[in-house]
Design a protein around this ligand. Structure first.
Ligand code: GLU
Length: 558
């Protein structure tokens, strides 16, 4: 055999089961028919069972970039690392994408079935495709077979460390890079485990420059490592799969975490060796948080808020989370929203040339702000349905209350909402709903231990007078003014000021002011000293419940 025949023999040996050809692949991936300027983006998570909020953040940017330009946004599951894979993870990813309303054009439907003409969208189903290109690089002399053992690799690293050399399988250290084809054939015949490595032509001492859409011009040392492109299980590494898939699926813009920035030199070499066009890159910084005075990235291990599960459990509406993330990406989003309160998130145009360069700080208060605003603007119907949905998964007791008392629950949620001229802002997330509504239900109200001491500055005797007078004068038909006038009269009779202003002018003249009367009534009726508008709360509770609770309160005072 001459050298070319030996190489062919090696390739045929390794890929004996490979039926696919490059021509088949080219036929299967025709050029996409897109308008000028339309971008193709992808969300490419690994199915590890953990969906990081940063993943949703970058997927949202992908989605916006594609759809802002009339392009395509697709989902690709990167499952080439079988050791890290978790069962059911693909389903979780698909559900999260749907839940966050990240409209994917290709990838997977809600049932997990693949959709789209540029698939498969599950990398493990693309093994043959990668192998066609691995084979091509081998035949072109741009890749080689490597049988280095774990022990040999460790020894190389050790010697390099001892000699203060750059670490890695490269140049003369790459023991299989220049082995004869006869030696390769010999090992093949012994069925030794092998990997395929890319033969790098780069030199670490050379600098390469490229434009990153987020970071600007980036200068890095070139890559001189002979990176593994096909692992011993026949699957590609991330680097290789990225280059092949983003080429075949015609991704124009790659948005990904900046932990991949350092690998760009490898990727550029692979794109060039395969004669593929290079996409635009956006390396986005991770979401960070303050920890004991310094910034660090949100950690999967330490921070519950790193996982989307946290937001599900807490019951943050996804639209509010998206608004918050949009605000992290574009600092002008909040102003825009203020000026365009009725527009949808999707109407906002992200300026991709102005994405934040350094890490954004996660700020729960800001998230709470967006969430509170969002919920304050919802109809009671909307709130009811969302809380019901949340309670179904996380609070069975609340679910039963809401489900069995639909009309009543609607009235409760409508306090300070539609038609009231007010905006109720006591619910930040659905898990807050319970504490805002439980006291409306007698069986829940009965569980509350009312703290009588909260009646101060009034004495028990005064509080009793307040409650008794209120019972005597109360009519369900009273409008707000009449109701309030009656409370003011009680205040006056007991020696309290009828307004805060009056009280402040002469505090020593009064035992308190009218709010202290309302406080006693609120405590008696709701079991707490804070609630939405007391008049409206009473309207919803109805006379029987009110009188009953007031009488019980008198017993407590006795
Ligand atoms: N599977 C890679 C990851 O989860 C995706 C990186 C990319 O978007 O290219 O980090």
């Amino acid at each position: 055999m001459n050298e070319q025949e030996k190489l062919q023999y090696i390739v045929d040996f390794i890929f004996k089961d490979l039926k696919l050809s490059e021509a088949d692949i080219i036929n299967k991936y025709p050029k996409r028919n897109l308008m000028d300027g339309a971008r193709v983006t992808r969300f490419a998570p690994s199915p590890t069972g953990f969906i990081h909020i940063g993943g949703i953040y970058s997927a949202m940017l992908d989605e916006r970039l594609a759809h802002q330009t009339g392009g395509i946004f697709y989902l690709r599951i990167e499952d080439t690392d079988k050791k890290r894979e978790v069962e059911g993870a693909v389903d979780m990813i698909v559900k999260a994408i749907n839940r966050f309303g990240l409209n994917i054009d290709e990838g997977f439907d809600i049932n997990g079935n693949q959709v789209g003409d540029y698939g498969p969208y599950l990398q493990s189903e693309r093994k043959a495709i990668y192998q066609v290109f691995v084979k091509k690089l081998l035949l072109a002399g741009r890749a080689y077979v490597c049988f280095a053992t774990q022990a040999e690799l460790e020894q190389i690293v050790k010697t390099q460390t001892d000699n203060n050399e750059l670490i890695g399988y490269r140049k003369n250290w790459a023991i299989w890079r220049n082995k004869s084809l006869d030696e390769v054939i010999e090992k093949l015949k012994q069925n030794q485990p092998l990997v395929i490595r890319f033969k790098s032509e780069g030199d670490f001492n050379n600098k390469i420059k490229f434009i990153d859409q987020v970071k600007g011009e980036v200068e890095l040392s070139d890559n001189e490592l002979d990176t593994v492109i096909m692992k011993s299980d026949g699957l590609p590494t991330y680097h290789f799969a990225h280059v092949i898939d983003d080429h075949l699926m015609q991704t124009t813009d790659v948005v990904r975490g900046d932990e991949w920035l350092a690998s760009v030199p490898i990727h550029l070499q692979l794109f060039k060796a395969l004669d593929f066009e290079i996409p635009r890159f956006y390396h986005i910084s991770p979401i960070e948080k303050m920890d004991e005075g310094s910034r660090r990235k949100l950690s999967k291990r330490k921070d519950p808020e790193a996982s989307v599960e946290f937001y599900y459990e807490q019951g943050y509406p996804v639209k509010a989370i998206k608004e918050y993330l949009m605000n992290l990406a574009s600092s002008n989003y909040e102003d825009w929203k203020r000026q365009n309160p009725d527009k949808k998130l999707e109407d906002f145009q992200i300026d991709f040339s102005k994405l934040k360069i350094s890490g954004s700080l996660f700020d729960i208060e800001k998230l709470n702000f967006f969430s509170k605003e969002y919920i304050a603007n919802m109809s009671s119907d909307g709130v009811y349905n969302y809380v019901l949905g949340w309670a179904k998964a996380y609070d069975q007791n609340l679910f039963n209350l809401l489900f069995n008392n639909k009309d009543y629950a609607h009235q409760i949620f409508n306090i300070e909402r539609e038609g009231s001229g007010k905006k109720r802002k006591d619910i930040i997330k659905w898990s807050d709903a319970h504490k805002e509504i439980y006291y409306f239900f007698d069986e829940e109200f009965a569980k509350i231990n009312i703290d009588i001491n909260l009646i101060t500055p009034l004495s028990r005797d005064d509080a009793k007078v307040v409650v008794e007078s209120f019972i005597n004068s109360y009519s369900e038909l009273d409008d707000l003014d009449t109701w309030f006038t009656k409370i003011k009269i009680i205040a006056k009779n007991l020696g309290l000021a009828e307004s805060l202003k009056e009280y402040k002018n002469n505090p020593s003249n009064y035992k308190g002011y009218v709010a202290d009367i309302a406080k006693v009534l609120r405590l008696a009726i709701t079991g707490q000293t804070q609630s939405p508008d007391l008049y409206q709360v009473m309207q919803v509770l109805g006379k029987d419940r009110i009188i009953n609770r007031l009488n019980n309160f008198i017993n407590l005072l006795n």
